[in-house]
Design a binder for this molecule. Structure first.
Ligand code: SF4
Length: 434
């Protein structure tokens, strides 16, 4: 069959779509680039925000029209599939299968069964730990930069978040398998890896915790860069940060989701850290490496957020001087504890706070980029620029894109550039050395 996968949500979903894609390719199915050409259309869904769910329901509605014209199979996988299960088929009867987050490797078996039994429906949403042990991406070739899943699930139950209910409790992968997977990738040409998990700091396999795992990865010869996402501030400490910052391969980009700068709201969100603790993390990074980047996620208008609470978030943003931030208006999700609590901040107020904080982050981000002017930074060259034949681009350890000119194709090389200009999110550089 010709298949098309549409992905919503986070990097974990992107990773899962790749898993589903490789499973299907391995079984002889063929990838295509639009639903119009496909015999099998799969939606890998997110349920963290209502808008993402609404978009999927909208797309599923279009599928009914497609199905009237020709025979296609429609599947829903990922978090929304896990949360809604059979209800998805009850709501949208032209959906053929629903696979929860632990059933991606069942996809070819399910597709084959439905080819042989047209009209049947399949829903698989139970938790299956065996999936974790088989989830290595059977990549055809190693990319320059690759994601490696190290754990799944989350035990934190933040008041607003659906993830622990749809992705289940924390389960870590065997470090031996993680290291073997990375070594294979490095042998194939990978220079940079990102360790991926809902809360990587909670990684634990026997006596191997996150720091021990990072040290093992750091020892892999031929690997140049290590990134990780996502960290939980409650599990980060100045000491852990100092240890990470002392490791030469660990990139100087720290994504620390703040969510709110008010202790009252952090408590209501069940985040289990304080504004003072968060501030100590920012201080540690800024003192040790002024050019490191710090990015964050923020929710405005959480239940009970007063003007004073909001002001504290704004103050923290000004203190942290974020390089970038994802800022969202609070929207309670069914199935979370937040759903039971009054959503009492009026929408116009949420909107006003969102716009103000977006302006703050634009200002701090411009300032952070301006700090790099004249600095020599190392970048990993990962592709071509758009403006001319000789323009190339790469990424700093702090995760900023730098474009520069070179006649020689430097793809895959670590080079040093001097930053000459900053326009919006893009930096411009001049080659200093290879
Ligand atoms: S740490 Fe909180 S926000 Fe992050 S996935 Fe877990 S419950 Fe959700």
């Amino acid at each position: 069959m010709r298949f098309y996968i549409e992905t919503y949500g986070c990097q974990m979903n992107e990773y899962d779509s790749q898993l589903a894609e490789y499973e299907l390719l391995r079984s002889g199915h063929e990838k295509c680039i639009s639903p119009e050409e496909a015999d099998l259309v799969i939606f890998n869904t997110c349920t963290v925000r209502k808008s993402a769910e609404d978009r999927v329901y909208g797309q599923l509605g279009h599928m009914k029209r497609y199905k009237k014209k020709r025979t296609i199979m429609v599947g829903v996988i990922g978090c929304m599939a896990q949360k809604s299960g059979q209800k998805l088929i009850d709501d949208v009867p032209h959906v053929d299968f629903v696979l929860g987050t632990d059933h991606l490797n069942d996809i070819t078996r399910v597709v084959r069964f439905l080819q042989e039994h047209p009209g049947e429906k399949i829903v698989l949403t139970d938790q299956d730990d065996a999936f974790l042990e088989t989830e290595e991406l059977p990549r055809k070739e190693a990319g320059l930069s690759e994601f490696i899943s190290i754990m799944r699930g989350c035990n934190n139950f933040c008041t607003y978040c659906i993830v622990p209910y749809v992705r289940g409790r924390e389960r870590s992968r065997d470090p031996k398998r993680i290291i073997e997977e990375i070594m294979r990738l490095v042998a194939g040409g990978t220079r940079e890896i990102t360790l991926l998990g809902q809360n990587v700091n909670s990684y634990q396999w026997g006596k191997t915790d996150f720091l021990k795992l990072i040290r093992m990865v750091h020892d892999i010869k031929g690997l140049d860069r290590i990134r990780f996402t996502t960290s939980h501030p409650k599990d980060m400490s100045p000491e852990i940060l100092q240890t990470l910052m002392a490791m030469s391969k660990v990139c100087n980009h720290y994504h620390l989701p703040l969510q709110s700068g008010s202790d009252t709201i952090l408590k209501a969100m069940n985040r289990k850290y304080t504004e003072a603790h968060y501030r100590s993390l920012v201080e540690t990074i800024r003192q040790a490496d002024p050019l490191a980047s710090i990015t964050t996620d923020i929710i405005v208008g959480f239940s009970g957020e007063t003007d004073a609470d909001y002001k504290k978030t704004k103050e923290m943003m000004q203190f942290a001087q974020y390089d970038s931030a994802f800022i969202f208006k609070y929207n309670p999700r069914p199935g979370t504890r937040g759903w039971e609590i009054a959503d009492d901040v009026p929408v116009p107020k949420k909107q006003q706070r969102l716009e103000e904080l977006n302006a703050v982050v634009k200002e701090t981000s411009d300032k952070r980029n301006a700090l790099l002017l004249g600095e020599k930074v190392e970048i990993l060259v990962d592709g071509r620029g758009r403006s001319s034949d000789i323009q190339q681009k790469g990424r700093t350890g702090s995760n900023k894109v730098v474009v520069f000119d070179s006649e020689e194709d430097l793809y895959g090389r670590l080079i040093t550039v001097t930053i000459t200009d900053a326009v919006g999110w893009t930096l411009f550089g001049k080659m200093a050395s290879i």
